[in-house]
Design a protein around this ligand. Structure first.
Ligand SMILES: [Zn+2]
Length: 246
């Protein structure tokens, strides 16, 4: 559902010639997909940074509430992964949050830290914070590197950033092969998806919503797509097919 980020695999859907073998900007060995960004061996430090920033932000939020909240000092103990990693490959909760998904079970983590009031708004704030932190820590550096790579490959920045309407005789059907605005279309979709995620979160909070199917704060149709996304993690870097999320 949130796989609209203009990663290489998504760009390839529109401009196959250019992006079909687009490699990770941090780790040139793997194809760039959203799933890969979550498991990229070169981004472990960045993911820890995102998680620790979220942990520290949780402390800040606790300080606005009451004095009895105890946020774990150890990163491993803060929003830990659930279940047995040998049996499944669910991503770390912080990675789901970075994609705009707030796993319902994290509410009980917050209760264990003795958050007693305003848990809903706290969840919403932490989700928003983590998404932004991901954008600053991983996505923006990724885009900087992407600009450099495209420069090196002779793909002009202007080609990508401007939507050229060169007296097309068929304006309704832009040239799919070279449509430079596609990147921005994907980015805008991702942004709006993030906004929808926050809106949905607030809706749940306002209704005092408690855990849908499987304990995920999401809808049945989303779960269908998430199963698709999770199946990618099992494949990891070996995965070479296009992961359509339509
Ligand atoms: Zn990588």
């Amino acid at each position: 559902m949130n796989n609209y980020l203009p990663t290489g695999d998504n760009l390839a859907k529109r401009n196959d010639r250019l992006y079909s073998e687009w490699k990770c900007l941090f780790y040139n060995e793997a194809r760039e997909t959203l799933a890969h960004l979550l498991i990229c061996p070169k981004l472990k430090i960045e993911w820890n940074e995102i998680k620790d920033a979220t942990r520290r932000h949780t402390i800040e939020l606790a300080n606005t509430q009451n004095n009895s909240v105890i946020v774990p000092d150890q990163l491993d103990e803060f929003f830990p992964a659930v279940g047995d990693s040998e049996l499944h490959s669910l991503p770390d909760p912080i990675k789901l949050m970075a994609m705009g998904i707030f796993p319902e079970f994290l509410k009980s983590n917050l209760q264990q830290m003795r958050f007693t009031t305003n848990i809903g708004p706290v969840c919403s704030e932490l989700l928003d914070f983590t998404v932004k932190k991901f954008r600053d820590t991983i996505w923006k550096p990724r885009c900087d590197r992407n600009v450099e790579r495209e420069k090196a490959l002779g793909i002009s920045k202007a080609d990508k950033c401007t939507y050229t309407t060169t007296t097309s005789d068929n304006p309704r059907r832009p040239n799919v092969e070279t449509d430079p605005s596609y990147y921005h279309t994907l980015l805008e979709r991702w942004k709006s998806n993030h906004k929808h995620g926050i809106d949905a979160m607030n809706t749940y909070i306002n209704r005092g919503y408690h855990g849908l199917n499987y304990g995920w704060a999401t809808t049945r149709s989303h779960i269908h797509n998430w199963n698709k996304l999770f199946s990618q993690f099992k494949e990891g870097d070996k995965d070479d097919h296009t992961n359509t999320q339509e």
